[in-house]
Each structure stands twice: as C-alpha cells, then as structure tokens.
Design a protein around this ligand. Structure first.
Ligand code: ATP
Ligand code: LTN
Length: 333
C-alpha cells in the first residue's frame, strides 16, 4: 500500500497491434481503476522479445502503445507509465526469482505450451521464463492487485506461489498480489470462432478487431461474425457463445449494463444486432485513433513521459531489489 491507496500493476506487450480484446480485458479497465488505486502501467518490451521481433517494428510499436494508453484515457499525471527495459531491476529480480522457481512449473504453463507449438523453431529460455519475469514485474512494485484477462490467471498464480515461497524462506518481503478479472470481457472470443480468444497474432485477421482498424473494416468484420442457432439475443456464454461475445463487446464499448443491452436488442435480428455492435465499436475507436495519431506526432512529449516514468518506477523498484539482495546475502558495500 502506497499512502492511502492500494497499488495496482499491469502491462501489455508492444507486439503487433492491440485488439479490442486487449482493450476490453486490460486497458479499458485500467482507465476506470486509475482514480481508486496507485497505478503503475508498463509496456512489456522484455516479454515481447520472447518471440522474435523486428527491431524497427518493436521500436515503433512501443511508442504507439504508449500513445494508445494515453489516448484511451490513462492519465500520465496520475499513473506511472514506463517502459520495462528502462528499469534494469526487472531483469535482476527475475534472475533471483529464477532460483525460487522449478523447471517443472514452467513447463506446465499453458501459454508456454501454446507458444512453443506456434514457434517451434524458437523455443528459447526466455519463452519458458516469461512467467518469472512477469512475477518480477509485479513483485518489484509490491502490487496489491493486477488487472488482466483470464488468460493470465496461471501466471498470476505462479507469481503468488513465488512470493509466498520467498516470504516463507526469509521473512515477509513481497506483497502477495490478487488478480483482478472483470465479470464481462475477461476473455473476448475470436469473431469467427468465439471458443478461441481474440488474439493479436491470430492467423485469420478477420476474427480480430484491431484498435487501428478503420470504420469500414470494423463493420465488415462484425457483419461476418459468427452467431449461434436460434434467434434470441441474450447473454448465455454456455449455449450462445457467439451472441454473448458480441454482447460483451457492446456492453463494454457503450458502458451499458448487460440487462440493458439485452433489452435493447430484444426482437432484433442478428444482422441489425451485428451492425449495431460494429457501429458502437467504430464510434468509440474513431476519436481514440485520432488522439493517438496526434500524440504520435509529438515524440518529445512521449519521450518525456517515458523518462519521467522510468525515474518514478526505478525509485520504487530499487527499494524492493535492495531488500531482496540483503535478505539473500548479497554483500553490500
Ligand atoms: P498475443 O496474442 O500476441 O500472445 P495478447 O493478445 O495475449 O498477445 P498481451 O500483451 O499478451 O496480448 O496481453 C495484454 C492484456 O490483454 C492481458 O491482460 C491479457 O490478459 C489481455 N487479453 C489478451 N487477449 C484478450 C482477450 N481476448 N480478451 C480479454 N483480454 C485479453
Ligand atoms: N504477460 C502479460 C503482460 C505482462 C503483465 C506483466 C501483466 C507482463 N508483465 C505484469 C500484468 C502484470 C500479458 O498480458 N501477456
């Protein structure tokens, strides 16, 4: 806890373009939470390189993600916004935590297994160690809560295990963080196959709506979205995964509760419903895209945010790492 407020930490990798799944599962919640918590948000470029990146693209995606955070409403005056590689303590704590993590635990991680299958030619140590670096991110800032999509639940669990393990061997050092998952939208499905999560790196780009898609593209993608048998528009993820996915998207993008959304579409055909969801998404994204473009034309401003963020983040990270080094017996002069 920092002052009166609990500490909240989260991050997104600057890989590809963000999808509305990332927005709904992560960034849009951050905007709502930033007043109630002491927030630290990172751009996880060290995680990004666990899958081979083009250096120029990675650089570009980094600034683009920072501009998107701000365009979505994250206020750099209220929150710490920084780039992971600017704070060397992440790599240092990850090394220490590696010695408190078992190989078997990492081999069991679902994301590791998925990504190993997708990148069979590059199953590098970093890919396997990804959750330990994520644990280091969270534990360095003594975060109380970590808002993420449900795909990250397993990584949060291992972070908690590592924290408890360390605290038990030495003395209370780390805060054991809680994952924060939203009721609606913690797992947005692919529009063409709602049983799969909508992903930045999906093979078929028609199933993912990107934050950078223009209005026509967004509407076209929603028009092609799969629905379910029957004609009723109600939230029932078990039996109506396609319709429920679209309702979740609509609910988050309009800020309306689920019951209100169901009422609005009662008696409406699937065609009109899909068009309405597409329009709501496009209406919300158009001004965000314009603001992102405006911010990207002011590189000096964005660099300034990163410089300031790195200073604030480093000051916190340094304190935690110093405690850890002391407890494990690293000689200090
Ligand atoms: P990739 O598909 O390239 O592995 P990703 O889309 O999972 O990447 P990340 O940077 O790994 O993107 O995740 C950023 C945040 O977005 C995380 O909090 C994650 O839980 C959330 N997220 C990702 N996909 C979805 C989704 N389909 N629905 C809800 N939240 C999601
Ligand atoms: N692995 C996360 C991104 C991430 C993260 C974090 C999220 C890196 N470090 C710390 C929360 C807290 C993902 O969403 N793929």
């Amino acid at each position: 806890m920092q002052g009166e407020k609990k500490i909240l930490y989260s991050a997104v990798q600057p890989t590809n373009n963000l999808t509305i799944g990332n927005y709904i599962g992560a960034v849009s919640n951050w905007v709502n939470l930033q007043n109630s918590y002491d927030c630290v948000f990172a751009i996880a470029n060290m995680h990004a390189i666990t899958v081979r990146q083009n250096p120029a693209e990675l650089r570009k995606n980094t600034l683009s993600l920072l501009a998107l955070y701000i365009a979505c409403g994250i206020d750099p005056q209220k929150c710490v916004l920084y780039l992971q590689s600017h704070v060397h303590e992440h790599a240092e704590l990850a090394w220490v935590l590696n010695t408190f993590t078992y190989v078997g635990e990492m081999e069991r991680m679902t994301q590791f297994k998925d990504k190993s299958a997708r990148h069979a030619d590059n199953i590098n140590m970093g890919l396997m160690d990804y959750p330990v670096l994520m644990a280091a991110d969270i534990l360095l800032y003594l975060a109380d809560v970590v808002p993420v999509g449900v795909d990250q639940r397993q990584h949060l669990e291992i972070t908690r295990d590592i924290a408890v393990r360390f605290n038990n061997i030495y003395s209370p050092t780390f805060v054991v963080p809680e994952g924060l998952y939203m009721k609606v939208g913690a797992k947005i499905g692919d529009l063409l196959d709602p049983s799969k999560k909508m992903s930045k790196s999906a093979e078929n780009a028609n199933g993912s709506v990107f934050m950078s898609d223009d209005r026509d593209t967004i509407i076209r993608k929603f028009k092609r979205a799969v629905t379910d048998s029957g004609s009723e528009i109600k939230y029932d993820p078990e039996n109506k995964p396609g319709v429920s996915n679209l309702l979740s998207i609509y609910s988050v993008f309009t800020g309306k509760g689920m019951e209100e959304c169901e009422r609005e579409f009662s008696g409406c055909g699937y065609g009109d419903f899909k068009l309405a969801v597409g329009e709501a998404v496009a209406d919300k994204l158009t001004p965000i895209q314009a603001e992102q473009a405006r911010l990207l034309s002011d590189k000096a401003y964005l660099d300034g945010i990163l410089r300031e963020g790195a200073e604030k983040a480093s000051a916190r990270a340094r304190r935690t790492l110093a405690k850890v080094y002391k407890k494990i017996g690293f000689y200090q002069v």
